[in-house]
Design a protein around this ligand. Structure first.
Ligand code: CTP
Length: 487
């Protein structure tokens, strides 16, 4: 333990040295010089300092000054020769600059108190210390001076460096005060713990559990933002487990909470779908950074609690949970203020289709089944396969290996058949317009019948995916339903 902390200290010293180099950039010197001319203390503070020390890439810089932040931003822009406009948010007392690829936000030091039912603070000017103690976590309250007199000095009144070294999330003040000021911070604590692999102190965690109901005053957009960040972490399950343990999950994502627990009948129990889902999500996270694919993993079994039924002889069944689940998604996305566009449709499609590849490998992998999968999943076929591979969570390693091998076979066949028949982006080789023209008919049932017959014949391998064979079949089908070509 001792050795570990000594090593950490050495690493921190090296990193702080590296930070000194970063600070020597003209940008920080320029900010310090302008602030000196105005007689204002100025600091780089918050997430930027934390991320540099953790060596995480970051382009958002927060500059805090004791005095007017907006005026300072305007003067810094002139001194750096920035021609684009400074964005000023007078209500918040902040101003934003874009410099090279950096977003720099200026703010005056504040003392804030929040009204009980709103996240809108009543803002008063404050000192550096006032500002630091009203921040969310010790690791986010680190400040580095930019004034010439003490350029590069670290001001760390709450031992944030030590918490960074130990990997601890802790509030600077009594957590009840910090969370009551801004309840979103409860989600942020869990998100940082997940993103950084840190531990939330017991006191802070207990306070989240006690203040959880206050999350109701936070907008769904900001909650979704935190959930998305948890979802995009290296091991997202950690965040969802913390949300569950603190009681936040049932408030922000009740459908997922409902998945927890097992029912047992006549000594037969089903698996806990909450933990299964989290395992699928973690397995998927190792293979893909696609946020919406990760959402599909979280939601793939979301209808299991609603479709659960014990059937004599068959055990626990979740009949049609994939279809019911896909239908639940618009409601969940709408409430969480997630996008209602093609991203949601993509998640719906994957949830609806998630049983197909496994059914394929358990039965015989026929060409026709492969073509139908390619037709239905289209360009998302590979993502569907990735989801389904992550969905294998059996404890029986033999079974896992067998299933994964079979999936490899399916992937191979998908590739072969796709190359041969081009089903993935299926375009009917005979269009509706052509059918109407050949038979001189208006749009209607017959056109649909013929188009479907052609599609089915191609997917079943009866004819090839080409115009010539499709045209012949069109003539045959038309004859069967009493249509003759107009000559
Ligand atoms: N902050 C806070 N309470 C909040 C949000 C932010 O105290 N609810 C403070 C923290 O000091 C934080 C800084 O404002 O470091 C900047 O906030 P933000 O840019 O939202 O977060 P970062 O910490 O930079 O991290 P991320 O960009 O990952 O959200």
């Amino acid at each position: 333990m001792e050795i570990l902390s000594a090593t950490h200290q050495i690493i921190t010293s090296i990193v702080i040295l590296a930070f000194k180099e970063i600070l020597e950039q003209p940008l920080f010197r320029a900010i310090g010089k302008v602030a000196d001319d105005c007689g204002q203390p100025v600091f780089v503070i918050g997430g930027y300092v934390r991320d540099i020390l953790l060596q995480r890439p970051t382009t958002d810089i927060d500059i805090m000054t004791v005095g007017n932040g907006i005026e300072l931003a305007e003067k810094v822009a002139v001194s750096l020769g920035i021609r684009s406009k400074v964005s000023v948010f007078r209500n918040f007392g902040t101003a934003m600059l874009r410099y090279k690829d950096l977003d720099i936000e200026f703010v005056g030091a504040r003392k804030e108190s929040y009204q009980r039912n709103s996240r809108k603070p009543v803002v008063e000017d404050g000192t550096l210390e006032d500002d630091q103690k009203r921040r969310d976590f010790t690791i986010n309250a680190l400040a580095i001076s930019l004034n010439e007199a003490n350029f590069g000095e670290l001001i760390d009144p709450f031992n944030g460096i030590s918490d960074l070294n130990k990997g601890i999330i802790r509030t600077p003040l009594d957590p009840d005060v910090t969370f009551s000021d801004d309840p979103l911070r409860m989600m942020r604590a869990i998100r940082f713990a997940t993103q950084l692999g840190f531990t939330i102190t017991d006191e802070t965690l207990l306070s989240i559990a006690q203040n959880k109901e206050r999350i109701s005053i936070v907008s769904p957009e900001r909650i979704a933002d935190e959930i998305n960040k948890i979802m995009l972490s290296h091991k997202p399950s950690k965040g969802f487990i913390l949300l569950e343990e603190t009681g936040l999950l049932k408030l922000v994502f009740p459908e997922l909470q409902k998945m927890k627990g097992v029912d047992s009948f006549n000594g037969i129990a089903h698996k806990d779908n909450f933990y299964h889902t989290l395992k699928v999500l973690d397995q998927l996270a190792l293979k893909s950074d696609n946020l919406w694919l990760r959402w599909a993993a979280v939601l793939h079994d979301i209808a299991k609690p609603n479709t659960k039924k014990f059937v004599e002889g068959a055990g626990w069944t979740f009949y049609a949970h994939n279809y019911v689940g896909a239908k639940m998604i618009p409601g969940i996305f709408r409430r969480m203020k997630l996008p209602m566009n093609e991203k949601m449709k993509y998640v719906q499609k994957l949830v609806e289709l998630h049983m197909r590849p496994i059914a394929l490998v358990e039965e015989e992998v026929t060409d026709s089944a492969i073509r139908r999968l390619l037709f239905d999943a289209g360009e998302d076929t590979d993502d569907l396969m990735t989801l389904c591979e992550a969905d294998i969570t059996s404890k029986n390693q033999d079974k896992v290996r067998r299933h994964l091998e079979n999936f490899q076979l399916v992937r191979q066949k998908l590739k072969e058949i796709d190359e041969k028949d081009a089903i993935r982006n299926f375009q009917p080789p005979v269009s509706g317009e052509e059918i109407m023209e050949v038979f001189q008919i208006a749009p209607g049932r017959e056109v649909g019948l013929i188009k479907n017959a052609i599609k089915d014949a191609i997917l079943d391998g009866i004819i090839g995916n080409n115009h010539e064979e499709a045209f012949q079949l069109m003539l045959e089908k038309a004859r069967e339903i009493g249509l003759t070509p107009a000559s």
